[in-house]
Design a protein around this ligand. Structure first.
Ligand code: T6T
Length: 324
């Protein structure tokens, strides 16, 4: 108890130091720009960020676009940067196209941390390339996540048959890495054939009709890997609409509350929950550390929780479902 009391005291001391470094009476303002605003993943990330902001006494602005793409994200980013936040946390929607606008933010004196996705090759603070200027990359290890998905899918289809990847679009760091990790692991499963990837633009309806049309071309399809929330929900719906629920196995990246029914009915075998609240919490804490003169690591890898119908009701597991 004494230890906790001591920690409380030092947190208060840090807070006081932090406020002293700003002009009297002004709080730090940190902006969080998600990949899109209506996605349970980013809504949950916002919740974790807000918890850290309130613990540290900083202001947090959450502003993003309604769809996941650079065309809608860049104007929001520019509007946010024009108000000159003390730090910018952003999930860039394209590895390449967000470099220029983020560089402009950085050149205007706004420290940048990327959350969930990265720009360039994702190696920051290396002194090389045109995209190493963000201070830190705080995210899941998405290559590992893709490998986990492949092993789970291989297991549930008896290590043989045809599968495909339902993905957003090439150029998104997270889902590119998930697909690459998935394919690398599947290369170790000689009796599994990976069909060409279907790209859905983060649209669950499109992912569902793609699943139906792949199934009509390959009636022996064994499984689908949905690389993110909308890809996975769409793949599951497409399988159901084709009357192939249970026959075609689905492994989902992401774990919105709405996946619970699908896990229980057997439509989705496994959901790989990221820890978006953890990403948001560490992003705000890292920005605050930087603003108050601390050094921060160039990358922080957050965790996963693997959810299936056997563990989904366990309170220690279900807390990782994304609450929208
Ligand atoms: O999978 C997450 C996120 O990690 C990815 O970058 C984009 O899609 C999600 O937001 C889920 O919809």
């Amino acid at each position: 108890r004494n230890l906790l009391a001591g920690l409380g005291g030092s947190a208060a001391a840090i807070l006081a130091t932090g406020s002293r470094t700003k002009a009297a009476g002004k709080r730090y303002s940190i902006a969080l720009v998600p990949g899109l605003t209506t996605d349970a993943f980013y809504i949950t990330m916002h919740r974790g960020a807000a918890a850290a902001a309130s613990a540290l006494g900083v202001g947090l602005v959450f502003q993003g676009a309604p769809t996941f793409n650079p065309v809608s994200q860049v104007p929001v980013l520019e509007a946010v940067v024009a108000r000159h936040p003390d730090a910018l946390l952003i999930a860039p929607t394209d590895k390449t196209q967000l470099i220029r606008p983020l560089r402009a933010a950085f050149d205007a004196g706004v420290p940048v941390i990327t959350v969930d996705t990265f720009i360039g090759g994702g190696q920051y603070q290396t002194g090389s390339g045109d995209a190493d200027f963000p201070l830190s990359y705080i995210a899941s290890n998405n290559t590992t996540g893709g490998e986990i998905a492949a092993r789970a899918l291989a297991h549930s289809i008896g290590d043989k048959g045809k599968v495909y990847v339902s993905n957003i679009e090439a150029g998104v760091s997270t889902t590119d890495q998930r697909e690459a990790g998935f394919k690398a692991e599947m290369a170790r499963h000689p009796n599994i054939t990976v069909l060409p990837t279907e790209f859905n633009d983060d649209d669950a309806n499109k992912a569902a009709s793609q699943a139906q049309s792949v199934l009509s071309r390959h009636t022996d399809l064994a499984g689908i890997f949905g690389t993110n929330l909308f890809s996975a929900i769409g793949a599951g719906n497409g399988v159901q609409q084709s009357g192939a629920a249970g026959k075609v196995k689905v492994v989902a990246f992401d774990a919105p509350l709405s996946i619970v029914g699908n896990l229980k009915s057997g439509l989705v075998d496994i959901a790989i929950a990221q820890h978006p609240a953890e990403i948001g919490w560490f992003a705000v804490a890292s920005a605050y550390a930087h603003l108050t003169g601390q050094s921060i690591p160039p990358a922080i890898a957050t965790g996963f929780t693997i959810i299936d119908k056997k563990n989904v009701d366990d309170p220690a597991i279900k807390r990782f479902l994304y609450a929208a």
